[in-house]
Design a binder for this molecule. Structure first.
Ligand code: 5GP
Length: 183
């Protein structure tokens, strides 16, 4: 599969979702992959919009059928993966494809799509990230601790990426992505 694929990774809490949504709403040629996950929906999340919320058996079946471009267990709890067929269809349709995924998944995509663009979204500082992870209010203290643990691993991998965009100001981060993607 060739085409225009951008992988956006970075620690959870850095604001990947917000940045990607802002980019997509301003640029209709951008197509954002919807992941499958075994984690339960948060309040306000919609099936088929934010994620495809599926159970473990359905996730196993996707893996067995080679239906995922990549997948990973995140924060030692739920599994997340990128359904392959919609990505292939979007690439075939000439869309600018964005995968917003964590580090382990980004590494798998790099093996399969070495020609894709790899962007690391970084927090302005470790403290800013901790504040965001704590302040989201949707996670228990145990979940926040696990997210910080994962974040430390992810931050250490930033140099594996082609580009680093610091998410200090939303508009600025989106503008940098627009430039990188040539939109
Ligand atoms: P959350 O549960 O906060 O929505 O997402 C947790 C983490 O999973 C985030 O870092 C997010 O980028 C990542 N993630 C979401 N979808 C996928 C996916 O399809 N594959 C991988 N590897 N990670 C994903």
């Amino acid at each position: 599969m060739t085409g225009d694929v951008t992988v956006i990774s970075g620690p959870s809490g850095v604001g990947k979702g917000t940045v990607v949504r802002a980019l997509a709403s301003a640029h209709p040629q951008v197509w954002v992959s919807i992941s499958a996950t075994t984690r339960p929906p948060r309040v306000g999340e919609r099936d088929g919009v934010d994620y495809f919320f599926i159970d473990d058996a359905a996730f196993d079946e996707l893996i067995a059928n080679d239906g995922l471009l990549e997948w990973a267990t995140v924060h030692r709890s739920a599994r997340y993966g990128t359904p392959a067929a919609p990505v292939e269809a979007a690439v075939a349709a000439g869309r600018r494809v964005i995968l917003e995924i964590e580090l382990q998944g980004a590494r798998q995509v790099r093996d399969r799509l070495p020609g894709a663009r790899y962007v690391f979204l970084a927090p302005p500082s470790d403290e800013a990230l901790r504040d965001r992870l704590t302040g989201r209010g949707t996670e228990t203290p145990d979940q926040v601790a696990r997210r910080m643990e994962t974040a430390a691993i992810e931050l250490a991998a930033r140099n594996e990426f082609d580009h680093i965009v610091v998410n200090d100001d939303l508009g600025q981060a989106v503008a940098e992505l627009v430039e990188l993607l040539g939109l």
